[in-house]
Ligand binder design. Structure first.
Ligand code: HEM
Length: 508
């Protein structure tokens, strides 16, 4: 374009230079990527979007399935339709979705440094701040180093508080054959035990239930539930989350922070008076272990302690409750499995199990494994590529060649679909059959707790807690019957549980 005096205006020239630079940069990136892809023998991966820019067709299909509580089944159907690895878009961001164990292992372990969590902090930040579950890189490594020592066997094997909470749980279960929603009670149980373990102070939600206390907005358990739902909503909205205002979520976050701050204060006082030499001498007295104090020994940073506690509470509470709920949903429909479990548990002669005894209950382990296989409580997950990288399989017509993952792409992986692959688990992969675990020898094909450097730190704690509760219920109740005539339906928020709860009746 010419200006009045016949010369190109400076602004036009500048715009042309910017466009040229942008195009040159784009071409150079494409060229580098294609060279990188050739060097690694990559082949194209099947693209499935009808709308190649935003992937709106896929998004619409996902939203419709989620509304009918069939989102995970849709994911699985897509793998049947398109193969075990395919390419699409999520809000204009390139997305590669896979249920191949080799690919998942590569993302989570072999090429761990090529990926980050993506923008998890945008949804989780208001409640969790920066901690082990939301951070990447150095910050994450230091969180993990700080948190992990608090999960050593001695801490995890402390079964007293599980037993303490069992009393409340048992009192809330009717024995006259009437229906009870065990899921509801399991969520109370795990928030009580998690707050006891983490803060040294249970929020007593089972006791509140027993005494009929009406919980209000200020109640921690309520606020924590709401704050989590808000996170799930924000995650679903993706980049549109910036337009969503939710004052109740802000208030819930504040209630949670206020409560945790009180415990952080106590921990900091403890830190001031903590004397390492004296502690070494007193080692034999074995005071009750407090996670919070374990953290306070390592840092005096108040925000840091609060954030780590919130992160672990979130990572650990619903997960274990969901495992128990899903498993009891299936146990209530499998009288033969319940009886077999009771036979195994009978070896304890009605006594509460020790940690070692729990670990030796093989059939119990099969039941837990099978529940986490069929209904993995973290059923799908994703990572963001922070550099150009490669997945080992999924490319080419047979899906066996490596695949280029350009920097900025998301790799989504579905543990739910992988756990139901018939080529791995056999034609009855959709059935709850704990016996299959007697012969299975698996690696990355089974991944309820994630793998690689970010493997779940609470795995042993969760399995111990879920095992303990199951044993105590099996000792108590000869009869466990389903009171739900419908099929198991997905209740998918941050974790996967049964949408209709776990409606059962129990009897002696
Ligand atoms: C059945 C119960 C549980 C399951 C299935 C489970 C599963 C998982 C999975 C899949 C992840 C990886 C998430 C990701 O990286 O995107 C994870 C991470 C984590 N889990 Fe668990 N979890 C369970 C219980 C617990 C418990 C009881 C605690 C603590 C008390 C806990 C603490 C954590 C923490 C802190 C992380 C973050 C680890 C890191 O990023 O380094 N989990 N868990």
């Amino acid at each position: 374009m010419k200006s009045d005096n016949g010369h190109l205006s400076v602004a036009t020239l500048a715009a042309a230079v910017v466009v040229l630079l942008y195009v040159a940069n784009l071409l150079q990136r494409k060229w580098t990527q294609s060279r990188f892809a050739n060097e690694n023998n990559c082949q194209p991966v099947r693209s499935v979007c009808k709308d190649p820019i935003f992937g709106l067709d896929q998004l619409r299909e996902s939203i419709a399935a989620a509304k009918q509580h069939r989102f995970l089944d849709l994911l699985q159907a897509r793998f049947h339709r398109y193969g075990n690895t395919y390419r699409s878009k999520r809000f204009a961001t390139p997305l590669i979705t896979t249920c191949e164990p080799q690919n998942i292992k590569t993302v989570l372990s072999l090429k761990f440094k090529d990926y980050s969590l993506g923008n998890r902090i945008a949804s989780f930040g208001p409640l969790l701040g920066h901690g082990i579950f939301t951070a990447d890189g150095e910050h994450w490594a230091s969180s993990r180093a700080m948190v992990r020592p608090n999960f050593v066997k001695d801490q995890v094997a402390n079964l007293e508080s599980f037993e303490e909470n069992m009393k409340g749980l048992l009192e809330l279960i009717p024995t006259d054959g009437s229906t009870v929603d065990l899921q509801d009670l399991f969520f109370c149980y795990t928030i009580d035990s998690a707050t006891e373990f983490l803060f040294g102070h249970s929020v007593q939600s089972l006791k509140k239930r027993l005494s009929g206390v009406q919980t209000d907005e200020k109640d921690f358990a309520n606020a924590f539930n709401y704050a989590q739902d808000a996170i799930a909503n924000k995650t679903r909205l993706g980049p549109l989350r910036v337009f969503a205002r939710d004052p109740r979520a802000d208030e819930s976050n504040r209630v949670c922070h206020d409560l945790v701050e009180q415990f952080v204060d106590k921990a900091l006082k403890y830190r001031e008076h903590f004397d390492e030499e004296k502690a070494a001498v007193d080692e034999d007295k074995k005071e009750r272990y407090l996670f919070l104090q374990g953290l306070a020994k390592q840092t005096g940073d108040r925000d840091r302690i609060r954030d780590e506690l919130m992160n672990i509470l979130l990572a650990g509470r619903d997960t274990t409750a969901s495992l128990l709920s899903n498993m009891f949903f299936m146990l209530a429909r499998s009288p033969a499995v319940w009886n077999k479990l009771r036979e195994e548990v009978a070896t304890l002669d009605g006594r509460a199990p020790t940690y070692e005894q729990l670990r030796n209950l093989t059939y119990l382990k099969y039941c837990l494994n099978e529940s986490l296989r069929l209904h993995p409580v973290v059923p799908a997950n994703s990572r963001l590529a922070v550099k150009d990288t490669v997945l080992p399989v999924g490319g080419g017509p047979d899906g066996k060649s490596p695949v280029l993952v350009p920097k900025g792409s998301i790799v989504g992986y579905s543990v739910y679909a992988m756990h139901r692959r018939e080529d791995i688990y056999g034609p009855d992969a959709h059935e709850y059959r704990p016996e299959r675990w007697a012969d299975l020898r698996l690696g990355w094909e089974y991944l309820p707790f994630n793998g690689g450097p970010r493997i779940c730190v609470g795995q042993q704690y969760a399995l111990t807690e879920a095992g303990y509760v199951t044993v105590r219920l099996a000792q108590q109740f000869a009869k466990l019957e389903s009171r739900d005539s419908g099929p198991w339906e997905e209740g998918l928020t941050l974790t996967l549980c049964s949408r209709n709860g776990t409606q059962v009746s129990l009897g002696h």
